[in-house]
Design a protein around this ligand. Structure first.
Ligand SMILES: Cc1cc2nc3c(=O)[nH]c(=O)nc-3n(C[C@H](O)[C@H](O)[C@H](O)COP(=O)(O)OP(=O)(O)OC[C@H]3O[C@@H](n4cnc5c(N)ncnc54)[C@H](O)[C@@H]3O)c2cc1C
Length: 521
């Protein structure tokens, strides 16, 4: 453990991708559960708060310490085994510090760096796994994220449209609690009753009972606050708790059969209304066509990408063949069987025609290399937005990115897009609309040109949150609440809901030492 001046040189543990910087007086790098418990007890003895640090790719500052001790889980980086469940599904047991990229690659290849240490029975399961093409679906874009961080944030991404977020893939977790005790939870083992009461037993026999939050959980994607509801599984309380209830040291994750054939496409639209209609049509045929992701590039987004292409040429990642009359675009990922692929492509082309588009100007990615080019194109947009903000910050350093993370129910998509545009245009703000339109989860990135516009943008951001909640959606769909969006919890669940969350927190963390400043401000 490093304390005081010894922390110098370890500044990277003081910030995350939100770029907010914190401070700490101690830094621990435990190598196993016992050392995590030891660090937690040492922090308790010294009266220090604890911030859990995964890979710090979070963009809500959850891993940014507000004093106290940082516990980094980067040395807990082994994949410990595989298991076949009773229903024939495979599960992978990971320590919290394993990167998402490592897990996804290992599952796809059926090769695990640590398998030399596995016992015979586990290796036999691995041999069986190798006969199948498997996939760990959660895809929060940034694959350097640690598994513990993705579970703590219930991470999701473009493919959540087909596969859902991290939550349904977590079958077991091991958690070190604020008093240093270790709790293991298997999905299905401890559930709240119809009134939300739940109980569990520690290894030493102590029985704990508590009340789960009972506020209405949005039916959309949501990463805001503790999971709630009658009958909820105790595992789900820790998923998405952003390190405020316990330190997840290991998780067992379910993997699923990978599609036999994949392809990607970018379709172009003269008007936003046609792109929204196309989205609605595709959504209805999601299962039949094997649609994995539907991603949107608004007119403002294409304008920005054209500028990037003009500035950087081929290095921009933007092909020079963007159709001149393209007003906006929809990117698709499709996963299906080899036999069904030709018909699927024909059905998508027919759908493009039905909605007034031209399939002849679509881009398709059939091979891995072609799909990679389309992926680079998709990722060029957030990079361009970040570059635009960096440029503004040279003149106005107080300006930061204002990127929303809000999802609404299917029937509210058109309404929310109209609302965003009307309010942003009325204020004369520059902005870019893009993102996970399949899940009605568009990121509005406001590009303020000066501090006055920044203030106006922040105000609008709050008003969007209230409207989205009124529509039954979530203002924190995938990036969590962290330390930057704590005000949203009251908008989402009311004061009573926040009080219910705090009551649960006190059961696991009576002195409120875990994740100081996260969720509760
Ligand atoms: C370019 C980019 C794109 C992104 N796109 C997406 C996206 O599409 N979808 C999405 O969901 N996210 C996205 N993110 C955010 C981020 O990658 C995810 O939130 C990720 O799940 C965080 O993992 P991490 O290991 O980096 O966690 P950290 O940032 O280290 O921590 C995040 C939170 O979890 C807590 N925590 C971390 N590890 C543990 C643990 N083991 N036990 C308990 N608590 C823990 C921390 O205290 C903190 O509150 C993106 C980030 C970047 C930089």
């Amino acid at each position: 453990m490093l304390c005081g001046d010894a922390i110098k040189g370890y500044e990277k543990y003081l910030f995350d991708e939100s770029r907010r910087t914190g401070h700490a007086t101690a830094l621990a790098f435990p190598r196993d559960d016992a050392e995590v418990s030891g660090a937690v007890r040492a922090a308790d003895k010294d009266g220090l708060s604890i911030t859990v640090s995964g890979a710090r790719t979070g963009i809500a500052a959850g891993a940014v310490p507000d004093g106290g001790m940082v516990i980094s889980l980067e040395r807990l980086n082994r994949i410990c085994g595989v298991r076949k469940g009773e229903n024939g599904e495979f599960h992978v047991l990971c320590q919290a510090g394993v990167s998402l990229a490592d897990l996804q690659r290992s599952v796809a290849l059926g090769k695990f760096a640590d398998s030399a240490t596995w016992d015979k029975a586990t290796l036999a399961v691995l041999e069986e796994m190798k006969t199948q093409r498997l996939l760990y679906p959660p895809d929060p874009t940034e694959t350097s994220a640690a598994i513990g961080g993705t579970v703590a944030c219930n991470a999701s991404g473009a493919h959540t449209f087909r596969y859902g977020p991290t939550r349904p893939y977590v079958s077991w977790i091991r958690v070190v609690l604020a008093d240093g005790r270790v709790l293991e939870l298997t999905r299905g083992q401890a559930r709240a009753d119809e009134n939300g009461r739940f109980g569990f037993q520690h290894a030493d026999g102590t029985v704990v009972t508590a009340q789960a939050p009972m506020y209405r959980w949005p039916a959309t994607k949501n990463s805001g606050g503790y999971f709630s509801g009658a009958g909820m599984d105790l595992v789900d309380l820790f998923i998405g708790a952003e390190g405020t209830l316990g330190i997840i040291t290991a998780a067992e994750l379910r993997v699923v059969p990978a599609p036999e054939a994949n392809c990607a496409a970018v379709t172009f639209w003269p008007m936003e209304a046609a792109a929204l209609e196309f989205t609605r049509n595709l959504r209805q045929r999601k299962e039949v066509l094997g649609i994995e992701a539907i991603e949107y590039f608004g007119p403002d987004a294409l304008r920005l990408l054209r500028k990037r292409r003009a500035l950087l040429g081929a290095a921009s990642g933007v092909p020079d063949c963007l159709p001149a009359d393209a007003g906006c675009a929809i990117y698709l990922d499709i996963g299906t069987t080899t036999a069904a692929l030709p018909d699927t492509l024909e059905a998508v082309a027919a759908c493009v025609r039905e909605c007034g588009g031209n399939p002849d100007v679509c881009w398709t990615g059939m091979t891995k290399a072609e799909r990679e080019r389309l992926r680079v194109f998709r990722h060029a947009l957030p990079e361009t937005v970040n570059a635009a903000i960096a440029e503004i910050r040279q003149t106005h350093p107080q300006v930061t990115k204002l990127g929303t993370d809000m999802a609404v129910p299917d029937e509210c998509l058109e309404r929310v897009v109209r609302l965003y545009r009307e309010r942003l245009d009325a204020k004369g703000l520059d902005y870019v609309v893009f993102g996970h339109i399949g899940d009605n989860h568009l990121h509005i990135n406001i590009l303020p040109r000066n501090p006055a516009e920044y203030a106006a943008g922040k105000e609008l951001y709050q008003s969007f949150a209230r409207d989205v909640v009124a529509m039954g959606g979530s203002p924190a769909a995938e990036h969590g609440i962290g330390k930057l969006k704590t005000g949203f919890l009251k908008i989402m669940y009311g004061e009573d809901g926040v009080a219910q969350m705090l009551a649960v927190k006190r059961v696991f963390d009576p002195d409120l030492r875990l994740g100081k400043g996260t969720l509760f401000g």
